[in-house]
Every structure is written in C-alpha cells, then in structure tokens.
Design a protein around this ligand. Structure first.
Ligand SMILES: NC(=O)C1=CN([C@@H]2O[C@H](COP(=O)(O)OP(=O)(O)OC[C@H]3O[C@@H](n4cnc5c(N)ncnc54)[C@H](OP(=O)(O)O)[C@@H]3O)[C@@H](O)[C@H]2O)C=CC1
Ligand SMILES: O=C(O)C(=O)[C@@H](O)[C@H](O)C(=O)CO
Length: 276
C-alpha cells in the first residue's frame, strides 16, 4: 500500500524521489506557475517537473523560493530540449536552466526526447554534470527500448528514470519490461491523458465505487503500477484533490479493468518521429 504523498521510490543510484509530483507544462511563467508551485508545496507535494521547453523555469524558481519548505526537502526536475542537445550545448543549457530556476543543484535532469545522432553526446554531458555534483540523478524521457539499448552500449551510468507518456490508453508494456530489468524508474507524463478519459464509463464507474474522482482513480492506478506520476494543474483545488489518492487501494480486478482500456493510443508525438 502506498500511504502518503511523502512516499518515495529509491532510484538506482540510491537517491529518493517522491512518487507524486506536480507537472507544469503549459503553466504560464509568472504568477500562474509560481502560484501553482506554491499551492502544491502547501498541499504536501515535494516534487516539481518542468523543462526548458516550458519556458517557466523562472516562475517555478520563484515558487520554490517563496514556499515554506527548504530546498533540500524538494525534488526539482528539468529537461534539456531538443535544440539544446549535443555535449557543449547541453552543458550550456543546464547552466541556463539552473540560473533561471535559481538553484545551486538539480535533483533530476532528463534528456527530453531521443534526438537521433545527438542523444549519446547529450548523455555524456549529463554524466559529467552528475559526476561534478550539479545534479543528484540523471535520466531520459520518451526513450523506447531500442534508444536505451543504444545509450547503454557505451554509457558510464544507467539512466535513473525514463519519463514517458503513460495512461490507460497507452500502457507501454515493452518499455516497462526493459526499464524494470535495468532498474530504470518509470515516470508517467500526461497521466490523466489531459482529461480525455474522465467521462469513460469504466473510469466513472470506479469513481462511483471508490467515492473518488476520475482523476484520482487514474492517478492511483499509476502509483499501483509503480510509476512516479506528475499530474498538472494550475488550480489550487484540483492540485489538492489530485493528490488525495493515499487513502484507498484499487483491487486487482479493478487494476485489470483499467489496464484493459489500453489501445496504444498516444496524445503526444511518437518518439521515433520526434527524434529524427
Ligand atoms: N517528458 C515529456 O515529453 C512530457 C512531460 N510532461 C510532463 O507531465 C506533466 C503532466 O502531463 P500533462 O500533459 O500536463 O497532462 P495531465 O494528464 O497532467 O493533464 C493536465 C490537464 O488536465 C487538467 N486537470 C488537472 N487536474 C484536473 C482535474 N482534477 N479535473 C479536471 N481537469 C484537470 C489540467 O487543467 P488545469 O491546469 O486548468 O487544472 C490540464 O489541462 C506535464 O505538466 C509535464 O510536466 C508532459 C508532456 C510531455
Ligand atoms: O510537454 C512536453 O514535455 C513535451 O515534450 C510535449 O508537449 C511535446 O513536445 C509536444 O507535444 C510538442 O508538440
């Protein structure tokens, strides 16, 4: 049973990462993202997921600085964007992200997408940042098993995390199996499929059964699949409500019912197409 918002997973390098965090894609830089981050921390979140691509790292930094929790209790993730990849470019992009966030170190730095011909040099830069102590853990995002095979062939460190699109329509069986075997923690992006399944009868009937919202049903399903999950909202009430998933457990039959919704449907790009 996963009991509280402070529950963590232990990554393959021994670093603890909260199982539940706030995503901030499309949260506007400035008040919107700053208030969302503050509300989340106030509600007990300790993990925030941003990216240079979201153009809101400054506002995230402001939120974490003005929240009533010390930096070392927080887990901050950002990502190197596609046009920042390559060895020197990544080192530069990391310093820019760090400055915008206003932090001396990052908890997790991810390669946002597997850009062909670039991601191995990008990974070498992440390894350097990790060895120098600028970042506590390094990982990837949107990597399929074949990308990971290629990366692992001559890398010094195994990625700690692979953040991928994951929701009841896209259960990522192959990638999950590969990551499980290599002790790479899976993390779900667009875990609620941006609301597209909130009216699905299989989800609404479970919401009724457990007296929970559709969002809470889906987020609980993520956690019980051992995914780290990072639902996004900029609304204080939703931020609080989404995290209220630690007082119930989906039974095996209901987990299977949600699993059965898989159609391998993506709402984001296919990494093989994005990475050309
Ligand atoms: N690595 C990658 O390539 C990617 C990473 N990500 C990360 O994953 C995070 C989450 O994914 P995201 O794409 O944002 O999608 P989510 O599945 O988290 O859905 C977010 C959407 O759902 C709405 N919402 C949130 N809570 C509720 C609720 N309780 N009831 C109704 N609507 C709700 C939000 O609106 P509102 O804010 O108005 O409440 C927003 O429109 C991102 O924010 C980002 O950090 C996302 C995409 C790609
Ligand atoms: O949000 C992210 O982190 C993404 O990478 C995606 O939004 C993705 O880049 C996309 O959908 C661009 O159209």
């Amino acid at each position: 049973m996963i009991n509280s918002i402070s529950d963590t997973v232990v990554l393959n390098n021994g670093v603890e990462m909260p199982r539940f965090g706030l995503g901030v894609y499309k949260a506007e830089d400035g008040n919107e993202v700053t208030n969302a981050v503050r509300s989340a921390i106030h509600a007990g979140y300790r993990s925030i997921d941003t990216a240079s691509f979201y153009k809101n790292e400054k506002g995230v930094g402001e939120g974490i600085r003005t929240a009533d929790v010390s930096r070392d209790e927080l887990f901050i993730t950002t990502k190197v964007w596609n046009d920042e990849q390559g060895y020197d470019e990544t080192l530069k992009a990391f310093q820019q992200s760090r400055e915008k966030l206003g932090v001396s170190y990052l908890d997790l730095y991810l390669i946002h997408w597997p850009i062909r011909g670039k991601f191995k040099d990008t990974w070498r830069a992440l390894e350097k940042l990790y060895k120098e102590g600028y970042v506590r853990a390094i990982g990837v995002s949107n990597f399929k098993p074949h990308h990971l095979h290629e990366l692992l062939a001559d890398s010094e460190f195994v990625p700690a995390v692979n953040q991928v699109e994951f929701h009841p329509r896209l259960t990522q069986e192959d990638t999950r199996a590969f990551c499980y075997d290599h002790r790479i923690q899976m993390e779900a992006w667009s875990p609620m499929m941006r609301g597209r399944l909130f009216d699905h009868p299989a989800i609404t009937s479970l919401a009724e059964k457990y007296q929970k919202t559709p969002a809470q049903i889906i987020l609980r399903w993520d956690l019980q699949h051992d995914f780290v999950t990072i639902p996004k909202s900029v609304h204080e009430e939703r931020i609080r409500q989404n995290a209220n998933v630690f007082d119930f457990e989906l039974d095996k039959g209901d987990m299977d019912r949600i699993d059965a919704l898989n159609t391998n449907e993506r709402i984001g790009p296919d990494p093989d197409k994005m990475g050309q």
